[in-house]
Design a binder for this molecule. Structure first.
Ligand SMILES: CC(=O)N[C@H]1[C@@H](O[C@@H]2[C@H](O)[C@H](O)[C@@H](O)[C@H](O)[C@H]2O)O[C@H](CO)[C@@H](O)[C@@H]1O
Ligand SMILES: [Zn+2]
Length: 295
């Protein structure tokens, strides 16, 4: 790719919907600011459950194809044009929840050779030259096999890219500060009687929760168009997510808050300044958007 904007962000996710849940505000902000945002999704989520009764007939390849369309709709809502499937559509199958026999499918992401999958991601890094990479923590946020593998593939690709002379300057893991999520669930419990949801999830159901001091970066979106874009993108994933702002449920029907500030832990590269960053590109020389390509 030539003539790329000055700032380039790469996000690596397991299934269609994870990007909107974890990074919808972040992706919408940087896309709106003219940065180049690239999403790589590792599977099509064909082993997911389906919420709307009218779509309950979808499963396997048909569900995967439908979720690919949901992903395109979500990217339109976020203003992101560059979104790809690792190795192309259907290269890696959804592995199912941990412990299921689905995990033994030889074509699923959980069974993938990490170096081979990482090499596919390095091809994207060579092309796009992102300065920033975002992925999950080593537990994949909540222990789903595809999330764990997506973490492993992304971190290995960052190593291989550096060895190949196209290093990524900063790597972040998706995180949520414990105090923030505890406050949000306290409000949710008060609001629950007025919601179209029967039950509330708990802090332990939220991926990537850590003590506040591990948070290095926050991307704020409260009351902005980016928060609205995130909700619209989550709605686009209708087989997986039901939204009743400021809350949502997955197919387990446990209400959770939509986080309109998104939090990160910097795990590779230098923090940009003292205190919490409010920009993933903070401290990276030359990544101010002039609209001109940088090397
Ligand atoms: C957010 C996420 O990673 N969703 C995955 C997950 O889906 C969950 C799974 O079906 C679980 O059994 C439900 O209770 C929960 O509500 C779902 O979110 O796992 C699916 C299968 O691997 C995957 O397709 C989906 O994207
Ligand atoms: Zn997922």
């Amino acid at each position: 790719m030539t003539d790329l904007p000055g700032r380039r962000l790469l996000l690596v996710h397991a299934h269609p919907d994870d990007e909107s849940i974890n990074n919808g505000v972040t992706m919408a902000r940087y896309a709106a600011e003219g940065a180049h945002v690239t999403l790589v999704t590792c599977t099509l989520g064909e082993r997911g459950e389906v919420i709307p009764p009218g779509l309950a007939h979808l499963s396997g390849a048909a569900l995967g194809g439908h979720r690919r369309g949901e992903l395109a709709d979500a990217m339109r809502a976020l203003g992101v044009d560059d979104f790809r499937l690792l190795g192309g559509p259907g290269r890696y199958a959804d592995s199912g929840m941990l412990g299921l026999s689905d995990n033994d499918d030889p074509g699923c992401l959980w069974q993938a050779d990490v170096d081979a999958a990482a090499a596919l991601l390095v091809d994207v890094i060579r092309e796009v030259r992102p300065q920033v990479l975002v992925t999950y923590d080593p537990n994949g946020g909540y222990g789903h096999p595809d999330h764990i593998q997506a973490h492993r593939i992304a971190m290995r690709a960052a190593e291989l890219a550096a060895e190949a002379g196209c290093p990524v300057a900063k790597v972040y893991w998706n995180r949520v500060p414990r105090s923030r999520v505890e406050d949000a669930f306290a409000r949710l419990r008060d609001d629950l009687p007025g919601l179209p949801f029967e039950k509330a999830a708990g802090v332990e159901d939220v991926p990537g929760v850590v003590d506040d001091e591990r948070i290095t970066t926050e991307i704020r979106g409260e009351g902005t168009a980016y928060a609205a874009a995130k909700a619209a993108a989550m709605r686009a994933h209708a087989t997986q997510i039901t939204v009743a702002e400021p809350y949502f449920v997955l197919s387990n029907d446990l209400a959770q808050p939509i986080l309109t500030t998104e939090y990160y832990e910097l795990v590779r590269g230098e923090r940009g300044g003292e205190g919490r960053e409010n920009d993933l590109f903070a401290g990276i020389a030359g990544t101010f958007d002039t609209g001109e390509a940088t090397s």
